[in-house]
Design a protein around this ligand. Structure first.
Ligand code: AMP
Length: 584
């Protein structure tokens, strides 16, 4: 408390005297075939221009700016420009659908929304314009101004073109502007990032300013081992916490070079990431186990043909790292694989080896030890007492949380306390909602969630959220969504739905039609990322006598395991229906 600082100053201005002509941001798009490098000096100019644009829209300290953008440099300019003027950004992942975007608009009530005409994925255009317009229509508090970066990928309708301001035109007006940094208390918010929980309502994770800068900078030295002037390549998306921290803020705060990549890991060929590593002399690479599982299916010749001698570490996070994937990556790359465990809430690793401090041996399947600042305990889920030996407990952190961790839920302090600090009676501890064990050498093993949150390709999704989206289909009465093990994505959602009118699924044709409609409904409500892999129809769902859905039993059956304790089940025939649905 008490210090005054600015995240953009520390990410850019601070380095200008020594690094003005050093690369700050390297942009590679294999979708649009564009490569562009911005030096610290050039990034400074772009961000100042964008800051002037925001100020001209009336954005000031504490105002929110919603960023709904593909992986293009303008998204980074927008984030840095927002924090430069003391405003708060809320980046919404570009894969989320209109209804999700509208919910986030209404919670953050932004003064400006920044978007683009379209993204690109696998050579196909992903249109943003109509999604944005639909979200603006759905939102109760639509932002008064929308700025659109026109990549000329998706033509505008006459009406749409009038409604939004063109970024290129605004740049022309404000180019060369110099905008002073707004100095903030170090505890004042820098951004909000929404994440799923057990309710259908996403939580706005609020981050501070000074603590975040300190934690991220230290993590570059202690954990990721990237020095100022060296290059880091993180393959996440700016819409996720890994993207916020390790594509944008940490490398820049550290005076390093960051690589931003728009495209798939296997296009134009499965060697593209390694080509980038070789070309830009990447020192540390950071990706997800899912991405490595995708690459594992490809010929390693694509990897081997590139000179990977600059690479020192591959960091993997976001989901459990299975041993075969870890071994494959270690053998193929010949560098240490560092599994690190964290959450949107923490902003940086909670558990990780810290090779910058001590090169401890790594055990496959374990993200090693707590990072500096985390007082991690394994607590009994009911009593809150510490579990002993190899016993499984809830992974908890005793307060205070270290710098950089969430400070509250945006606009809802009570929800912050009730969600995260109320798991254990008579013990104030932050719950991660993950099960874990610790072996005799002190290594932690993360076993999965204690709540109804699932992890698809490293992204957290609330099953309740998906259930609500499925129920937006007018023909569905009830639904249960569970996460089922998948060899590539870790988990995929599967839905078991009860229709209102059995006649609506009387024929094979009508079943296929309703199934397709349900999938499309989820696409529209949440986005393709949350779309169930399969939709099965049953006439009742397994519930306890008090009406609680037995999601865990459904999940166990779907994964070919025993359903566990079902003594409280209302009607065992419901489980039989799940079995039959899966077998059909
Ligand atoms: P998110 O906030 O979307 O990044 O999701 C965080 C959740 O992902 C954690 O609570 C864990 O359940 C899971 N997770 C993240 N990293 C790991 C890891 N290295 N090993 C196992 N699970 C992980």
């Amino acid at each position: 408390m008490g210090g005054r600082t600015n995240l953009c100053h520390n990410a850019i201005d601070r380095h200008l005297s020594t690094r003005e002509s050093q690369a700050a941001l390297v942009f590679v798009s294999t979708e649009t075939d564009v490569r562009k490098t911005y030096t610290y000096g050039e990034l400074h100019a772009e961000v100042n221009t964008f800051a002037a644009i925001l100020k001209a829209q009336g954005v000031g300290k504490g105002d929110r700016v919603l960023i709904y953008m593909p992986m293009i440099p303008e998204a980074v300019f927008a984030m840095l420009a927002t924090v430069r003027i003391g405003a708060i950004h809320s980046v919404v992942f570009g894969g989320f659908a209109a209804a999700s975007l509208a919910t986030r608009i209404d919670d953050a009530k932004p003064k400006v929304m920044i978007t683009a005409d379209a993204g690109m994925r696998g050579g196909k255009t992903v249109a943003y314009r109509h999604l944005v317009d639909e979200a603006l229509h759905l939102a109760k508090h639509p932002p008064p101004a929308v700025i659109i970066v026109d990549r000329k990928l998706e033509p505008a309708t006459a009406e749409g073109a009038r409604a939004h301001q063109d970024y290129a035109a605004l740049v022309k007006r404000h180019a060369g502007a110099n905008v002073e940094c707004e100095w903030l208390e170090s505890s004042e918010p820098s951004y909000i990032l929404y994440t799923s929980g057990t309710t259908g309502n996403p939580k706005g994770i609020q981050r501070d300013t000074g603590g975040y800068a300190v934690a991220l900078t230290a993590s570059m030295r202690d954990i990721f081992c990237v020095a100022p002037g060296e290059t880091m390549f993180t393959t996440s998306d700016i819409g996720w916490v890994v993207g916020h921290s390790y594509i944008v803020y940490a490398p820049l705060l550290n005076g390093s070079t960051t690589v931003m990549y728009e495209g798939l890991p296997i296009r134009p060929d499965p060697g593209i990431w390694w080509q980038i590593v070789a070309e830009y002399g990447v020192r540390t690479m950071f990706t997800s186990p899912t991405a490595i599982r995708v690459l594992k299916k490809q010929d390693t010749a694509f990897m081997k043909k590139h000179d990977l001698s600059s690479l020192r570490y591959l960091f993997l996070a976001g989901e459990p790292l299975d041993e075969p994937t870890a071994h494959w990556a270690a053998d193929a790359l010949g560098v240490p694989i560092v599994d690190n465990y964290w959450q949107t809430e923490s902003g940086w690793p909670i558990l990780s080896a810290q090779p910058g401090i001590e090169d401890t041996p790594r055990k496959f399947g374990s993200p090693s030890f707590p990072a500096c600042g985390y007082d991690v305990r394994l607590l009994h889920e009911v009593t809150g007492a510490e579990v002993g030996g190899d016993e499984k407990g809830v992974l908890a952190i005793l307060p205070p949380l270290p710098p950089g961790c969430m400070t509250t839920v945006w606009g809802d302090d009570r929800r912050f306390v009730e969600t995260y600090f109320s798991t254990f009676p008579e013990r104030l501890a932050y719950s991660t909602f993950d099960w874990a064990t610790r072996d005799a050498d002190g290594y932690y093993f993360v076993l999965g969630r204690t709540d109804d949150v699932i992890n698809v390709a490293g992204h957290r999704l609330g099953t309740r959220e998906i259930e609500e989206a499925v129920q937006a289909h007018p023909g569905i009465a009830e639904v249960a969504v569970v996460g089922v093990a998948d060899s590539v994505k870790g988990q995929v959602p599967i839905a078991f739905a009860v229709v209102k009118d059995p006649a609506s699924i009387a024929t094979a044709e009508s079943i296929a039609r309703v199934r397709k409609e349900v999938m499309e409904t989820v696409n529209r409500q949440l986005g393709a990322i949350a779309r169930p892999d399969k939709v099965h129809f049953v006439s009742m769902l397994p519930k306890t006598r008090s009406g609680k859905l037995l999601r865990r039993s459904i999940q166990a059956i779907a994964e070919g395991r025993a359903p566990g304790d079902i003594t409280t089940i209302e009607d065992p025939a419901a489980l039989e229906q799940i079995r039959q649905a899966l077998a059909s």
